[in-house]
Write a protein that binds this ligand. Sequence first.
Ligand code: ADP
Ligand code: MG
Length: 582
Amino acid sequence: MNSKPILGIDLGTTNSLVGVVDSGFPILLADENGDRSTPSAVVFGEDGKITVGAAALRQRALHPARTITSVKRLIGRRPGEGGWVPPYVLSDLKTTPVEVSAEILKHLKAIAEQALEQGVTQAAITVPAYFNDAQRNATKRAGELAGLEVVRILSEPTAAALAYGLDKLSEHQKIAVYDLGGGTFDISVLEMRDGVFQVLSTAGDTQLGGDDLDRLLAQFVAERLNLPANDIRLIEAAELAKKRLSSDETTRIDIPLAGSLEISRGELDKLARPWIERTRLHCLRALSDAGVKPEQLDEIILVGGSTRMPLVREYVREIFGREPNTSQNPDEAIALGATIQAGILSGSLRQVLLLDVTPLSLGIETFGGLMNIIIPRNTTIPAKAGEMFTNAVANQDSMLIRILQGERELAKDNWELGRIEVPFPAGPKGSARVGVQFSLDADGILHVLARDTATNTDTTLEIRGTAVDVADERVEQMIAESVDFAFEDMNERIWTEAKLKAEELLPAVDAALGQLGDVVSAEEKQTVLNAAALVRSLLESAEHDAKALKAATQLLDDATQSLAVMLIDRAMEESLERRGLV
Ligand code: ADP
Ligand code: MG
């Protein structure tokens, strides 16, 4: 066992699982009852006692108002957002989705610590591919509140593919992951080549899952037995019957004192058809975004408990025109993948480079209220991109930059992640030069940098979940406690950063010299060439001298400053006209 294990966690809408790599093998950990799957349910007792998991579900009928389930549907969302109103129980219990999720994570951490007989402080946690920045950040905060440093947030389909693909590294293939769980639907197309996973596209719906079907079936039964449809016991009975109908042709629902009803798989299928049909468009969209035809796919992997339904398998077979791969345990694949990722991060599994994509486009509002995309959806992360803007009106002395996420043409239809105000000296129309750079880190968290290039003044913004109600001090305190980890591998980080910068700069310098070689003086040209040669030799040396490389890259950057300005001026003239900004 690695001395510092990192947990892999599937924090599911319905069920959550935790695993760890032990002696080179990923294993999922069971609680004292031998269960590897923990219902994502939390009861806040009147006496202040908090109960999580199967025990919480057993209390649900007694204390419906004190029981919280499916909290993942609320995490990182703002009240009213997307038509979603948080249930009153949350405010009644004076708790937040982040705090509720933290209770589930604490419970999983305790299961792991008990099984491993040691303390654990780090975890990799999965989220639906469709989660936006606020939702990813909120999940991270929940981990921190539970006393876990979240070393990686990874998308669920990516985790499933990792579970599936680790033993087939030599093969080159394209796969689709169809994940239908209790509360979310995700469809992703991935490519595996030379041990590298790349997500080509993702689509899905964060409000579509087996829960919906339970309610439909409960309603069906309620109508026939003349009962209130939203009764928790009825919904629980409906879910059990639904599960049985995955293997049996008929089953009976007994509601004590209210009657009983025989239901066939055909009747369930009739209710389920429109519901499964909703996944079809997402599948087609993911395929078209990936530029992949169904027949070009090597595999379709099914994950999520709801894919145990024969009707779902039939649909997937029909949509993709082939037999789906069911070699994964659909309930455990994602947790297994998260565990493998955690094992890679902790050094107990060999390195596999894992690429992920951004599920929604990121951009800013431009003149006329339009969405100007800076990082398109399905871009591989980490990613960095930027654009230069100018003032659309004379005598403007600042620019308001609204950072948006979404796929709609009009800014107002997209989700606003944040805004920054960039001041600059007032001047005629088109005189300001404001560069906006987006950089998305490996966790899918966005860092925005706006620079007034005339004064070199930077304004920065890190997009954090504005929906999260947890006091910043509490999170900061949690982070401060784990500061011990912060300085590990510092040299390697500086080296990597300097290397990336150098690798970006060198071709740019070559190109600039090519275009402007005749305009610059021989002396300036030589200075640039010398600086570039130094950077190249440091890059090639086996020594990995991070400080020297950083200094040499800076030197090269400085030496090419005037080249860059000339190039930008040329480019600006060509493109500014069509890029006016308020
Ligand atoms: P999540 O990712 O949302 O936590 P899971 O992957 O654990 O969800 O799937 C939970 C869902 O799967 C629930 O709606 C549950 O009713 C459903 N489910 C589990 N087993 C079966 C089964 N045998 N047949 C049909 N549905 C099932
Ligand atoms: Mg799931």
